[in-house]
Design a protein around this ligand. Sequence first.
Ligand code: ZN
Length: 315
Amino acid sequence: MDTTHLIQGIHHVTATVSNAQADYDFYTQLLGLRLVKKTVNFDNNKVYHFYYGTAEGAPGTIMTTFPYAGQGIRVGIPGTGQVSRTGFSAPSASLLFWKERLTAAGVSAQLVDRFGRVHLQFKDPSGLGLEIIGTNDDPRSPWRREDISLEMALRGIFNVSVAVKELVPTLDFLTTEFGFQLNEQSGNISRFQAKDGGAGQYIDVMEEPDGVRGKNGMGIVHHVAWRLDSEAELAALRERLVHDLGFKVTEIKDRKYFQSIYFRIPGGVLFEVATIPPGFGVDEEETTLGQHLQLPTWEEENRAQIEANLEQLDW
Ligand code: ZN
């Protein structure tokens, strides 16, 4: 199988964050995203895993967080080899609404122009870099909240921005192995697109030769996940990475809502590649997504203990 054109765009972005309540309140009440899944870290059941997105939690709309406050995890150091900023899309006419809404909540936000679009940049309570990018051709349906009109609401993820010391190794990987195209360049920033481009299909690579190597921890994006169609495609891509390119790649992991692999690309950013099926409807109806704590089958027998260990939140 030719593996060089399998990636369709972003699947999700996952960050290590600090306080669970502050995180939940910020993404649901302030940004107006839907909590589409409430589960635990499959590798550490004392820590929640929140998935925020839009109505059905379509791939490409999902921001996920692990709130690690109180678990002895250090605060991370931003730098190269990391996702520096995650962008959401919303209609251009909404950006002043968002600036006022964020400012009223005590979140400082700055408007900047890049590639002919307005970007509203701000930080979440853990210090993650976020932006809302004016996009008038994003067909995805937003999640509805009473205090955010549909014309203003976020449509999903637009892009991620990654920082690297040297552009070329990352550029070579993205264009050769993922089939991405260089869309635009401005200063030290190169925007690449998956497939035909559009919201949810962009990665901005920022070349920072003097940047310090970032360290993972609270307030840092852990990885960006890219989507493809099937486990057969995932297995073929894994074969290519391991046997032809000599990459260190995890086994295929069953994340319940998708299967996935993880590996670092040249330049140091941790990528995940995840299957679109089965999706977030595998264990809950769409109408009640995110309302009940979901556990992987192997943790169900420990449910009482797990629930007792988790911080109780005001949902
Ligand atoms: Zn992930």
